[in-house]
Design a binder for this molecule. Structure first.
Ligand code: AP5
Length: 219
């Protein structure tokens, strides 16, 4: 199964990707996590990405595409299958991915679009916690720094979860990422998942759509 998860910041892409990975075993590639790790390491990609991410701006296409396609190659994901969380986010990235997959004789099966109103994501994101070790995502009503997977106080807030940066991330989403919805709709790949529902309901809806791609012979 080869799928893309798209939607505004805070739509629940990461939460659902982790649940889907647990259920199906299909690998997830989380662009935001790869970039945040690079920032923490302070390598060349991290140094370039940091100022964009802190301001809520998209990191330049060529930087992100290089990181993602290198990782896909290293893990042979075009053949094994994947769920992409956070890539592509611009038409240029989508075209780069298409070209890459064409070269591997592989195709995207579906694009899950998590739709959710702005006021909901603005309420969900501030105070959200992420585990710095296992990357688990916790809602903003989780009132300790304790991660139940790692059994230690390993949760931390995200640097870009400040109200002014969230507003900018939403602007970037609308200007640069939302056009992808039409792009994938025209390819008959887009599946809208209303995401302003309980996490389990959103998950069950995803599985209902994805079951047809699991165990599908690889092309
Ligand atoms: P990234 O890390 O991808 O952030 P994002 O797209 O802004 O998305 P989020 O991680 O904030 O939200 P999510 O949809 O995953 O929601 P989550 O499950 O966490 O990107 C960060 C930055 O990196 C970008 O701004 C950019 O600078 C750069 N970047 C990344 N990819 C790039 C690219 N391709 N090109 C260029 N730059 C790129 O849920 C949010 C909260 O809500 C959590 O607390 C969760 O517990 C809770 N929640 C989830 N679902 C529900 C529900 N159904 N009900 C109630 N609460 C819920």
């Amino acid at each position: 199964m080869r799928i893309i998860l798209v939607g505004p910041p805070g739509a629940g892409k990461g939460t659902q990707a982790q649940l889907l990975n647990k259920k199906t075993g299909v690998s997830i590639l989380v662009t935001g996590d790869l970039l945040r790790d690079a920032v923490k390491r302070g390598d060349a990609v991290g140094k370039e990405a940091d100022s964009y991410m802190s301001a809520g701006k998209l990191v330049p296409d060529e930087v992100v595409t290089k990181v993602i396609l290198a990782r896909m190659d290293a893990e042979n994901l075009s053949s094994k299958g994947f769920m992409l969380d956070g890539y592509p986010r611009t038409l240029q990235q989508a075209q780069a991915l298409d070209k890459y997959l064409e070269g591997k004789k592989a195709k995207i099966d579906a694009v899950l679009y998590f739709s959710v109103p702005d006021e909901i994501v603005k309420a969900r994101i501030p105070g959200r916690l992420i585990c710095k070790k296992c990357k688990a995502i916790y809602p903003n009503d989780h009132d300790t720094l304790y991660c139940k997977n790692c059994k230690e106080d390993s949760l931390e807030p995200r640097k870009d979860d400040k109200p002014e940066v969230i507003t900018e991330r939403l602007v970037e989403y609308k200007q640069k990422t939302a056009p992808l919805l039409d792009y994938y709709k025209s390819k008959k790949l887009l599946i809208e998942i209303p995401a302003n529902r309980k996490i389990d309901d959103v998950f069950n809806d995803c599985m209902k759509h994805l079951n047809q791609f699991l165990n599908k012979p690889k092309k």
